[in-house]
Design a protein around this ligand. Structure first.
Ligand code: ADP
Length: 351
């Protein structure tokens, strides 16, 4: 048995509509998801995430696709008996109870009645919804509906669970509950594939991630792999009105300022100074924090000396890895203009 739950090469999808130019939603996606891991697919709205999941679920046909799901070719319907799916924007009828929703989807996937009843109880327990099992969905919060949605995705005892935006619109407490459920599903030995545009969520639960931009995978791997060689130093001084100026004055002579991307007022508000040290490493001052794009502690020493000589109070010096958000921003920013790449395919955003 292959150790890959999903193995895709060159998946493309052009949406065609009469009298309209085709929309290239996917343009040759290569992706490998290992069995037993939580895999996060990240991308801005319109990047093609749902399109990819729908292809895996055989809801839509790919234009081109080579690859397998649980060892069978993509599109092999019987394999879906071993796949669980939580669609994006599902709307289970509000008049059904949590237990009925799970039972309904169990019946659709051909799970025998007796097994369904027993499993529904176990699943409601797993997602922490036992006490609400006999209440109607219309009385549930968004987070509770999502948890029941995850439970229905597990009714057929799947090896692979596809969750499309499971925490979208869910409050922070609900998001934490869902994270815990995902960890429990993984502990049961299942592979979990999550689509999300919520970076911090994926960072917390995923073993590996792929960043999808305009229908192609820009990066793929563990967060450690993706951030390798990108360790940085971060120096924080006590918060005060002049903190940013103090840090800028402490930069070595010969440091060069770089222009911020035009028109990005949000970035301009956050970043006081962006530039390069004389030795070429990147530097950035944002409020009371200085970040140097290097892992070399020697570079930070003269800066510390100057900050202290001016009476500044250093509150922390840390060696940090870029966050998933930093990686994501790198992937969705055009390096030549510094501007954000437009979401979605050339022919426009989401309908
Ligand atoms: P994501 O899930 O990352 O937000 P989608 O897969 O929904 O992205 O969409 C990718 C691109 O395909 C978008 O440009 C979207 O407008 C387009 N698209 C999605 N579904 C259809 C469809 N049924 N017909 C035409 N274009 C579509």
């Amino acid at each position: 048995m292959s150790d890959l739950a999903i193995d895709l090469t060159g998946v493309s999808k052009n949406y065609t509509r009469r009298f309209k130019k085709p929309t290239p939603a996917l343009r040759g996606v290569d992706m490998r998801v290992h069995r037993g891991e939580v895999f996060g697919l990240l991308g801005p709205n319109g990047a093609g995430k749902s399109t990819l999941v729908k292809i895996l679920m055989t809801v839509i046909r790919p234009t081109r696709c080579r690859g397998s799901v649980l060892g069978q070719r993509v599109g092999h319907k019987p394999t879906l008996a071993k796949v669980g799916y939580l669609p994006e924007h599902h709307s289970f009828p509000g008049y059904l109870t949590g237990a009925q929703v799970i039972d309904f989807f169990g019946a659709m996937t051909g799970v025998p009645r007796r097994e369904r009843k027993q499993r529904a109880g176990e699943l409601l327990e797993l997602v922490g919804m036992s006490e609400w099992s006999k209440r109607k969905l219309k009385s549930y919060s968004k987070g509770m509906r999502q948890r029941v949605g995850i439970a229905q995705a597990l009714i057929n005892d799947p090896d692979l669970v596809l969750l499309d935006e499971p925490t979208d619109g869910v409050d922070p407490v609900g998001r934490r509950d869902i994270r815990n459920v995902i960890e429990r599903i993984k502990d049961e030995g299942r592979t979990v594939f999550i689509n999300s545009h919520l970076l911090s969520e994926l960072e917390m639960v995923s073993d590996r991630v792929a960043i999808l931009v305009k229908g192609v995978v820009a990066q793929q791997g563990t967060i450690e792999e993706l951030t390798e060689g990108q360790l940085r130093y971060e120096l924080v001084v006590g918060e005060s009105d002049g903190a940013g100026d103090l840090l800028q004055r402490a930069l070595p002579e010969g440091s060069r300022q770089l222009a911020l991307p035009e028109g990005d007022t949000q970035l301009a508000r956050r970043i006081g100074f962006k530039g390069l040290l004389p030795s070429g490493e990147s530097i950035e001052v944002a409020k009371n924090t200085l970040t140097i794009g290097s892992n070399d502690p020697k570079l930070i020493q003269p800066i510390i000396d100057r900050v202290r000589a001016e009476g500044g109070v250093i509150t922390s010096v840390r060696n940090v890895r870029p966050s998933l958000e930093d990686l994501f921003m790198q992937a969705v920013t055009d390096p030549t203009t510094g501007k954000a790449l437009k979401p979605g395919a050339e022919e426009g955003g989401k309908r």
